[in-house]
Design a protein around this ligand. Structure first.
Ligand SMILES: [Zn+2]
Length: 115
């Protein structure tokens, strides 16, 4: 699953940044193309053991918005609309719309236990 590999990458970055120290909190932004429950599940699965076992994931969602020239739709795309990085099908007419390449998960902060 696409989301799991994104979260696996995130976990790698967090471990690298914390230098293997126990992590208390990780703050991220995530596109709403990744449903929060999927994000939570992947996080729980991938951090079951190791320095992130007790880390709390704080995720704030943001929308990836598109403008469709075919039907005039302007608004956010959802998980099922995205077909490739920066390409989605229009939620209104199903036509192809593009959006600027956007990191679906962005790491904001890593807080280790020692401070
Ligand atoms: Zn459209």
């Amino acid at each position: 699953m696409h989301e799991v590999s994104l979260v696996a990458e995130l976990v790698d970055i967090v471990v690298e940044r914390s230098g293997g120290a126990p992590v208390a909190l990780v703050r991220v932004r995530h596109a709403t193309t990744i449903p929060s429950d999927v994000l939570d599940q992947a996080w729980a699965m991938l951090t079951e053991e190791g320095p992130l076992a007790d880390a709390v994931l704080e995720a704030e969602p943001f929308e990836i918005r598109v403008a469709c020239t075919a039907c005039g739709f302007a608004g956010p795309v959802g998980h099922d609309d995205v077909v490739a990085p920066s390409i989605a099908s229009c939620p209104a007419c199903g036509g192809i719309v593009t959006f600027p390449p956007t990191a679906e998960i962005e790491l904001l902060e890593v807080r280790t236990r020692s401070g």
